[in-house]
Design a protein around this ligand. Structure first.
Ligand code: PLP
Length: 379
């Protein structure tokens, strides 16, 4: 099997499983308990928090563990907007994950916020000029993702942050697809808040974090015992936090040692385009994730290509995992100007460091064979 759906999820790494195991078994305590078993859990939780903080170059107090990337996005958008009422105006982009889009919509419907939704160009990029035009004296928060999960486009987040900060707005970025793949230190990106998720980088599903720079007010969404410094109640998943920190440290060490992963990606893209006449790359050709290649195959159904690939042991996706099974065309593909038919012909290939250039070229040959036979059948 060749698994090319890493943007949807990744397996838990052995080192991660080993690091979290004691906190599921012998060291099972509640980190709020005062006895020795509780203390061992709270020590591990604090160490995990410090490790996550180190990776993003923030203080440990800036790390809020959550149950997912989705929850971290919700906490960022709603929590920052409600606690920092500079005004009731928010800016997001059209290609954000639903976790951000629906949080912004909630603030609009229930709290009277105005929401500006920035368009993207045909390669999926947000322009600084468009942001500058949308910013207002009452803009509280700008939330623009670091890279898109479907088309892989990496946004010019530093320049966008500068523009937002120039009017005093806070900046959040959804970095679920970039943590462990690109430099995501908050100071480098220039953002105030960043969300990420464990299961995209070798930790289990059900853990994520919101990382904050400096002392930022955050309105909690989950009320209760006041864990996570009152910002996210609920007994912490100690094993989850340890897993998240371990996976992050491993990914960051590997990132530092990486060769040019973009070269394999570009060779794969070129091979697919030449093996499959009629294929078009979606997203930015250069400013894109090192492990993402996404295409539309005009005149074909993306699902048909996907199923034929699976018959050959190659697992891919027709769009975002969250949209899988839905019949609606992807909002991201429509936002870059594709029509519904083209959007339904999309196939996304995403992979991690363990996938070799040779495997990718083998996949490109299969894509060529499959699309040629589907075209011959008129599928
Ligand atoms: N944001 C982006 C860009 C994603 O790709 C995803 C998951 O696919 C999420 C948020 C949601 O993360 P989680 O699956 O941890 O809820």
């Amino acid at each position: 099997m060749i698994y090319l759906d890493a943007a949807a999820s990744t397996p838990v790494r052995r080192e991660v499983l080993e690091a979290m195991w004691p906190f599921l078994t012998t060291e099972f305590g509640n980190p709020s308990s005062v006895h020795a078993v509780g203390e061992s859990a709270s020590t591990a939780l604090a160490a995990a928090r410090r490790a996550v903080a180190r990776a993003f170059d923030v203080r440990a107090s800036g790390v809020v563990f959550t149950s997912s990337g989705t929850e971290a996005d919700n906490l960022a958008v709603k929590g920052l907007a409600l606690a920092n009422p500079r005004g009731r105006h928010l800016v997001v982009s059209t290609t954000e994950h639903e976790a951000v889009l629906r949080s912004a919509d909630y603030l609009h419907r229930r709290h009277g916020f105005d929401v500006s939704i920035l368009p993207v160009d045909t390669q999926g990029s947000v322009s600084v000029a468009a942001l500058q035009e949308a910013l207002r004296a009452d803009t509280t928060l700008v939330s623009i993702m670091h890279a898109n999960n479907e088309i892989g486009t990496v946004q010019p987040i530093g320049m966008l942050s500068d523009a937002a900060h120039a009017v005093g707005a806070l900046v959040h970025t959804d970095a679920v697809q970039t943590v462990g793949q690109l430099d995501t230190r908050l100071g480098e990106l220039g953002v105030d808040a960043l969300s990420f998720s464990g299961h995209k980088l070798g930790a289990p599903k059900g853990v994520g974090a919101l990382v904050l720079r400096g002392r930022l007010e955050l309105e909690p969404l989950v009320h209760g015992g006041g864990q996570e410094n009152g910002r996210r109640s609920g007994t912490e998943s100690v094993a989850g936090a340890v897993a998240l920190a371990t996976a992050l440290e491993l990914a960051e060490a590997e990132r530092a040692a990486d060769g040019d992963r973009a070269a394999d990606r570009d060779a794969f893209i070129a091979a697919v385009l030449s093996a499959s006449p009629g294929a078009r790359l979606t997203g930015h050709p250069v400013e894109r994730l090192p492990g993402n290649a996404s295409f539309v195959f005009d005149g074909l159904g993306g699902e048909a290509v996907l199923l034929d690939l699976e018959r050959r042991g190659i697992l891919t996706s027709s769009g975002s995992a969250c949209a899988a099974g839905s019949t609606e065309a992807s909002h991201v593909l429509l936002a870059i100007g594709l029509d519904e038919d083209a959007a339904r012909s999309a196939v996304r290939f995403t992979w991690g460091r363990e996938t070799t250039g040779a495997q990718l070229l083998e996949v490109a040959r299969s894509v060529g064979d499959i699309t040629a036979s589907l075209r011959a059948l008129g599928a």
